[in-house]
Design a protein around this ligand. Structure first.
Ligand SMILES: Cc1cc2nc3c(=O)[nH]c(=O)nc-3n(C[C@H](O)[C@H](O)[C@H](O)COP(=O)(O)OP(=O)(O)OC[C@H]3O[C@@H](n4cnc5c(N)ncnc54)[C@H](O)[C@@H]3O)c2cc1C
Length: 406
């Protein structure tokens, strides 16, 4: 039953969702939260947590059962993402592995690749990451330089990637690279590269502002031999494949945002009833009441939009523009609302031991990764001004042709 200030949520309304939620809560309470501080110190989470998640079915929720998954719809994966963020558990990065990497292989991989990787991905024996960003380019994916040279039955891969989530712990990475340097975005392909390949090395996990228990690192490829069978789909399809998968990736961020705000709000409601100033609890000040009423309202309004987008994603009808709106609006809201919550903790809000500090640190990157919020607005505005951009493109093409014929 939802509380009177919370929306009844149709996306998670079934009995199956309620049962699944219990499993998810138990997983985070028993196998994640007790180890969080240790993982934060070491900068990555232990394999046992992945294996336990696999045992409980949390790593292949939407994956076809013939590859070891549960075969459920995305709403169950959405529930896991929200709960994880509500607990303030940055690790293991289930959504990166299960909701981003696995679907790439399931949708675009050959039968050989699916059989080789997916069952072990679902069990947690293999962990995958996705590497698009390079030291020289992030937002402008078309400008990547990592190059896979065709050598007949294999490629030779050279280049580097940065900021790769679970790059340090993953057993393989899906690498976006150029297979043809002269074809722009049509020259981009996706290769699965095993972490134990000769010439593949990893940097140490970065020391970050937040998400401290989840590793993020650089990857280096020096003459790495990648078998041709490790190509996802066909050559030159990489950019289109990434664009197709981005709406789901953006929804994972939006779901994380509303989960985190819910967790932060719950913690702040408790704290402000316990902490006293001027002989009354902090919640006795009207400022506290108003601030938390605003947080609750912003959260429910965002939740309504995210739920509708989740339904559209389940139906296969979520557009990139709506997913971009969800990502940018919820992550902005997350940062603003968690900041308000932190303020109500006073000095304790700044101390890492207090959960609100973790919510605050973890929130900031949500506006940056998965495409920055500026890039989200660019995508939305392209749809608003589609005629203008179409004409602009046609003019540029005509000018280019004229320059060639002159
Ligand atoms: C913790 C973390 C985890 C990450 N995980 C991954 C991962 O798993 N895999 C992966 O491939 N990448 C990952 N990233 C990288 C992330 O996706 C990029 O950092 C992000 O896309 C931005 O790229 P950039 O850092 O190169 O910034 P830049 O592209 O250099 O952008 C810098 C600034 O310029 C703005 N800007 C750029 N272009 C435009 C434009 N056209 N119009 C207006 N403003 C613009 C940006 O919005 C930003 O504010 C991760 C990053 C972090 C911090």
């Amino acid at each position: 039953m939802s509380k009177s200030h919370e929306l009844p949520r149709k996306v998670y309304a079934s009995e199956e969702h309620a049962m699944f939620k219990k499993t998810v809560e138990e997983y985070f309470k028993n196998y994640v939260l007790p180890f969080r501080e240790q993982w934060e110190k070491q900068g990555y989470c232990d394999r046992e947590a992945w294996l336990k998640a696999g045992e409980l079915g949390l790593l292949g929720i939407t994956l076809d059962p013939k590859y070891g998954g549960l075969g459920l719809d995305f709403s169950y994966a959405a529930l896991v993402i929200e709960e994880q963020a509500r607990f303030g558990a940055a690790s293991p990065s289930i959504s990166m592995h299960s909701d981003i990497v696995i679907p790439y292989i399931e949708k675009h991989g050959s039968e050989y690749l699916k059989n080789l990787y997916l069952p072990k991905c679902a069990s947690g024996e293999l962990i995958g990451s996705l590497a698009m960003t390079e030291p020289g380019t992030g937002s402008d994916v078309q400008a990547i330089k990592t190059f896979a040279e065709d050598k007949g039955d294999h490629y030779i891969l050279n280049g580097s990637k940065t900021f790769i989530t679970i790059g340090y712990t993953s057993d393989f990475t899906i690498v976006a690279c150029k297979t043809d340097k002269n074809k722009g975005f049509k020259g981009i392909s996706l290769l699965i590269v095993d972490a134990n390949s000769t010439g593949f090395s990893k940097g140490k996990p970065f020391v970050k502002l937040g998400l401290k228990s989840s590793d993020t690192c650089e990857l280096f490829f020096e003459d790495v031999m990648v078998p041709k069978e490790n190509l996802l789909g066909s050559e030159g399809q990489g950019f289109i494949q990434m664009m197709t998968e981005l709406p789901r990736e953006r929804m994972t961020i939006a779901l994380g945002a509303i989960g985190a705000v819910r967790g932060a709000l719950e913690q702040t409601v408790v704290y402000t009833q316990e902490r006293r100033a001027f002989k009354k609890p902090i919640c006795g000040f009207q400022n506290t009441q108003f601030k938390l009423a605003e947080v609750a309202t912003q959260l429910e309004v965002s939740t309504a939009f995210v739920d509708r987008c989740t339904e559209l994603l389940v139906e296969g009808n979520l557009t990139p523009e709506l997913a971009s709106m969800a990502k940018y609006q919820t992550s902005d809201m997350q940062c603003a609302m968690i900041d308000e919550c932190l303020q109500l903790f006073g000095g304790y809000g700044y101390i890492w031991e207090y959960p609100i500090a973790r919510y605050y640190g973890d929130a900031r990157v949500q506006r940056i990764y998965g495409g920055t919020n500026e890039i989200m607005k660019l995508m939305i505005s392209r749809s608003l001004f589609s005629n203008y951009f179409r004409e602009l493109k046609a003019n540029m093409r005509a000018n280019k042709q004229a320059a060639v014929s002159n």
